[in-house]
Design a protein around this ligand. Structure first.
Ligand code: SDX
Length: 376
């Protein structure tokens, strides 16, 4: 290899492949799924429509959507083996770890597990999209010694998730907010977890293994784990009055403020204004504007002092808190949405595959002769 190749730390700015699924326009701070803008999708579609779009590359006609939702409903029952294994886990098990284990169990009982044909992968993807919300909600219920709640036919994925989590049906507004959030989280080009999934798919390993790798990547606080850390920060700050001293202390200690900055968007994250508006509506309707007010104050400080913008995770946190969702499942909810983008990329990789195997520049010790252990 030529010496002194310039290395892009973290592959920053490196175009690692071609994809038809998602366009991130960092200059104009715009985002498109198969050419449809995220603003329009969030405003005018549902998460089920977006899931269909990501799986098939086109928005469904009415009859197609009806049949798609029927298929999801037929698959949403979680196999007993998954809950049997979950009940063997310590109750304190991290929900993201439980999710990785549950997906592994789903693979062992999936009738299509031996096939990497596109139709089989579509069926496996549908089962994952349909079952992951129930697994998240019921693992949380198990961890808090509550009984399992099965998904209810006729409810959307968002409404069913809140129903299973709470044990009672949510209102339309709350379901709608979560539905929009799932649209925003669904897909984002070659982010770390999606790229991890594509690397696994490029070895022709199976779809479930690629999704498990993606969950492992998303768990990290620099990626999907940020939404939980944002809420932990807001709870630690505790009041609007304490925002300024807390944040300036954190910044003077070079602490990362979770929910800010982005590897690609150096201006605004186009998803942030959408979730910010939903968080504002929730805080008004719930009569609890503390968390939203605190968030706005943090956002202003970070903009003014660091030139950093809120990413999708920042206002998602207060929105989820106002939906009365436990902080520990914010990142699993990200999985329930992003699994649609992951499976789209996994199948795209299978359909035009080449093993992903970059090189590294050697900077280790000089070459030398072996020294037998008695002479060391
Ligand atoms: C997601 O890639 C995707 O698409 C991801 C995602 C998706 O939809 O899949 O959008 C979802 O992961 C959003 C990001 C969630 N993570 C966080 O909110 C964690 C906090 N953010 C940072 O750690 C950071 O901004 C990253 C990881 C998101 C991006 O980091 P980069 O591109 O590697 O930038 P960097 O670490 O080199 O930082 C550049 C400068 C540094 O200052 P200097 O050391 O040069 O003086 O900006 C500073 C950083 O210290 N900086 C921050 C900061 N983020 C960057 N300073 C304080 N707080 C922050 N959050």
């Amino acid at each position: 290899m030529d010496a002194e190749k310039s290395i892009a730390a973290g592959l920053e700015g490196i175009v690692a492949g071609r994809s038809s699924i998602c366009e991130v326009d960092e200059e104009r701070s715009e985002l498109y799924y198969y050419g449809y803008s995220i603003a329009e999708l969030a405003e005018k579609s549902t998460f089920e429509e977006v899931a269909y779009l990501l799986l098939y590359g086109k928005l469904p006609a009415k009859a197609e959507l009806t049949s798609f939702c029927e298929k999801l409903e037929q698959e949403m029952e979680v196999p007993d083996e998954v809950y049997d294994v979950i009940k063997l886990l310590p109750r304190r098990t991290d929900p993201m770890d439980a999710l990785k284990i549950a997906i592994g169990v789903l693979h062992t009982v999936d009738p299509d597990s031996a096939s990497n044909e596109n139709d089989a992968n579509i069926r496996k993807s549908m089962r994952l999209i349909a079952r992951i919300p129930a697994i998240i909600a019921n693992h949380y219920r198990y961890a808090h010694s509550e009984s399992t709640v099965k998904p209810k036919p006729g409810l959307s994925i968002a409404a069913n998730f809140l129903y299973m989590l709470r044990g009672s049906e949510p209102g339309g507004f709350e379901s709608n907010v979560l539905d929009k959030s799932l649209i925003l989280y669904a897909e984002h080009e070659f982010n770390a977890s999606t790229f991890a999934a594509r690397v696994i798919a490029s070895t022709l390993s199976d779809l479930h293994s690629a999704v498990i790798a993606a969950i492992a990547a998303l768990k990290g606080p620099l990626h999907g784990g940020a939404n939980e850390r944002v809420m932990e920060m807001l709870l630690e700050i505790g009041s609007t009055e304490n925002v300024e001293p807390w944040i300036s202390n954190a910044l003077s200690n070079k602490t990362r403020i979770m929910g800010f900055g982005h590897r690609v968007y150096k201006k605004a994250d186009p998803r942030s204004p959408v979730i910010k508006g939903l968080a504002k509506e929730l805080s008004k309707k719930g009569g609890d504007d503390k968390w939203y007010e605190m968030s706005e104050k943090i956002e202003k400080i970070m903009n003014d002092e660091k030139g950093l913008h809120a990413n999708l995770d920042f206002y998602s946190s207060s929105a989820y808190y106002l939906l009365k969702m436990p902080v520990s499942i914010y990142t699993p909810v990200f999985v329930a949405s992003r699994v649609t983008g992951w499976v789209a990329h996994i199948m795209e990789q299978y359909n035009d595959n080449r093993l992903i195997r970059p090189r590294s520049e050697y900077i280790g010790p000089e070459r030398k002769a072996f020294v037998p252990i008695n002479d060391r």
